[in-house]
Design a protein around this ligand. Structure first.
Ligand code: NDP
Length: 322
């Protein structure tokens, strides 16, 4: 079968297409015929070596498709079931293995591509808005990169919870998408000062919470956007990781709180994972949460997909289609 493999760390060109044997599921695993694989920023961090992984490796963790084999000890799944996951062992492939306890049956009304597009970024938006800072009516939230995969979903969930959202985006076209997702105000932060926008948005006070996935380039400005004792949620590094800083800066900026959360710690049990996914599926079914698939690429063009994502050329979700 065709699969993307990474034999050495580096740029998008290291995403190489190889012909490898179809894997057999181990105990507790399913095998899926991949209909769509989600492209996520974390795939680029693994490819470059920012996050550590052994070589060679099979990139891609998010997939949706059809069960083609069921490993020993698995119950509740059958050949032909449509399933989605954020824990595929090499989603950029014609077929992939998945731990059964991380597989979700896709509801009948939901198409497979939308399921592939929803899970990683939807689960992230879900935990950020409901647990890292449980948003409530009237809270003010700064959402960076609001036209991106996580950003569009986070903006919509924040609005569902009654919060006021100041979105930042890199272009006017992205601003229109953030507004459509419900943002109350939008700042094109490539040409406007977003900390000043945050002050204006809150009558000088500063926002209650800032969700920052951009990292290095926005760190200082995000600190300056928060109210005293506000929460800085640093959850990504799209522009590079935040450099080391002295905790004293948090006192100087208003006794701020800072957290660096990651999805796996918010889906630690199968129950927690399934409860969050159930919310996402229900919101999509009810038409409350819209999933935007901004681009699809054929599997061999995985490098092109990474280039687009890292080059700020995408909106919503990017999918690879085997
Ligand atoms: P996005 O679709 O949001 O793409 C990244 C966006 O970041 C770009 O479109 C761009 O939007 C913005 N950006 C700003 N500066 C840069 C830069 N220098 N280079 C590249 N992009 C830049 O990606 P995802 O939705 O997949 O992920 C969003 C973030 O969420 C990532 O940082 C990712 O690591 C993080 N994440 C964290 C998780 C966690 O568990 N902590 C889980 C999932 C995702 P614009 O042009 O509008 O600025």
């Amino acid at each position: 079968m065709l699969a993307i493999r990474v034999h050495q760390l580096g740029g998008p060109e290291v995403l190489q297409i190889d012909d490898i044997p179809v894997p057999a599921p181990d105990r507790g695993q399913l095998r899926l015929r991949v209909e769509a694989a989600g492209v996520n920023f974390i795939d680029t961090y693994l490819r470059t070596g920012l996050y550590k992984v052994g070589l060679p490796f099979l990139p891609g963790m998010e997939a949706a498709g059809v069960v083609t084999a069921v490993g020993e000890g698995v119950s509740g799944f059958h050949l032909g079931d449509r399933v989605a996951t954020t824990h595929a062992i090499g989603a950029y492939a014609a077929e992939t293995l998945v731990p059964a306890d991380k597989a979700m049956v896709i509801p009948a009304g939901l198409d497979t591509r939308t399921a592939a597009a929803l899970l990683s970024q939807g689960l992230t938006a879900h935990f950020l808005a409901t647990d890292t800072f449980p948003l409530k009516a009237g809270d003010s939230a700064l959402v960076h990169a609001a036209a991106g995969g996580v950003g569009l979903l986070l903006t919509q969930i924040a609005k569902m919870r009654g919060a006021r959202v100041l979105a930042t985006v890199g272009s006017d076209a992205k601003a229109a998408l953030a507004r459509e997702a419900g943002a109350d105000a939008v700042c094109v932060y490539t040409r406007e000062n977003f900390s000043e926008a945050a002050r204006r948005f809150t009558e000088g006070r500063g926002v209650d919470v800032a969700y920052d996935s951009v990292g290095k380039q926005t760190f200082e400005g995000t600190l300056d956007s928060l109210r005293p004792r506000g929460l800085f949620v640093s959850y990504g590094n799209a522009s590079g990781p935040v450099p080391a800083f002295a905790p004293l800066v948090l006192a100087q900026k208003g006794s701020l709180y800072l957290t660096r959360p990651t999805l796996n710690h918010y889906i630690r049990t199968t129950e927690e994972l399934r409860a969050r996914v159930a919310d996402l599926f229900a919101w999509v079914a009810a038409g409350k949460l819209k999933v935007r698939i901004g681009a699809t690429f054929p599997l061999p063009a995985a490098g092109e997909a990474h280039r687009a994502l890292e080059g700020r050329g995408t909106t919503g979700k990017v999918l690879l289609i085997p």
